[in-house]
Design a protein around this ligand. Structure first.
Ligand SMILES: Nc1nc2c(ncn2[C@@H]2O[C@H](COP(=O)(O)OP(=O)(O)OP(=O)(O)O)[C@@H](O)[C@H]2O)c(=O)[nH]1
Ligand SMILES: [Mg+2]
Length: 258
């Protein structure tokens, strides 16, 4: 019927990744946008911009992703990237306890200074380095991914069913699932443990964010460039040129949805 065939407009969603250096922010984005992984990444300088679409049952979400640099010297640039963001992915490394503390500091900053309706997901990355298995999303059970169409660009999803958190069973793990999950619940965050290396929970993460964002507050817009995605401060920051790595075209061509 005509109503069913009405073109679905992509809703643009500005998303920012934050977290300590080397926790795997860029790797998560690479996995999500290109279904790829690189053991030898370079630290991000300033920020990188990429896009990826996520197709849900009733809408298409086009993520405009600002992958920020975790090095402390770039901290002051962050507000430019999280300003007006509808979603934030705050990443820590489950094998590095200090990185969770840094993640908590980012969450605090976002809750103080970012868009009050921002959807924040806490992500413990490098799940492949521990042997106690993938954890689950706090907010949504396994069916979280069933709404996504065209989800064949990512590796087979791991079990997303709730499992006991035998978090101390592996010596590399420094942050237990229970600790991070409790914090996430208390702070009203989505929560995932994931691996950019294996792809575990990466597609699930972005799908869940896409489903959680209150779309009523986001009007569909014509395609805009990276400067627009950067919000009020984006254009100014992009003037610095060398601090921004733009990879939109290349990534967008890969096409696969979450
Ligand atoms: N084993 C494992 N290694 C990972 C994973 N994700 C990232 N890495 C590795 O961790 C290192 C840092 O990854 P990046 O993605 O560059 O980290 P980043 O958070 O973007 O770092 P900055 O850009 O400096 O903030 C690289 O050597 C990656 O290969 C993962 O899921 N598992
Ligand atoms: Mg990076």
């Amino acid at each position: 019927m005509a109503s069913e065939e009405a073109p679905v407009k992509a809703v643009q969603v500005k998303l920012v990744l934050l977290g300590e250096a080397a926790v795997g922010k860029s790797s998560l984005v690479l996995r999500f946008c290109s279904n790829d992984f690189n053991e030898n990444t370079s630290p991000t300088i300033g920020a990188a911009f990429l896009t990826q679409k996520c197709r849900l049952e009733n809408r298409i979400v086009k993520f405009e992703i600002w992958d920020t640099a975790g090095q402390e010297r770039f901290h002051s640039l962050a507000p430019m990237y999280y300003r007006n963001a509808a979603a934030a992915v705050v990443v820590y490394d489950i094998t590095k306890a200090a990185s969770l503390e840094k993640a908590k500091a980012w969450v605090k900053e976002l809750q103080r200074q970012a868009n009050p309706n921002i959807v924040i997901a806490l992500v413990g990355n490098k799940l492949d380095l521990v042997s106690d298995g993938p954890a689950k999303s706090v907010d949504e059970p396994a069916e979280a991914t069933t709404d996504a169409e065209g989800d064949d660009s990512t590796p087979p999803p791991p079990s997303t069913t709730a499992q006991p958190s035998s978090s101390d069973s592996d010596d590399l793990r420094q942050v237990s699932t229970a600790e991070a999950e409790t914090y996430a619940k208390e702070s009203s965050l989505l929560f995932f443990e994931a691996s950019a290396k294996t792809g575990a929970n990466v597609s699930e993460l972005f799908t869940e964010i896409a489903k959680t964002i209150p779309m009523e507050s986001l009007a569909p817009k014509p395609a805009q460039g990276a400067a627009a995605a950067g919000g009020r401060g984006g254009r100014q920051e992009q003037g610095r040129g060398e601090n921004v790595q733009l990879g939109e075209g290349q990534q967008a061509k890969k096409g696969g949805c979450c």
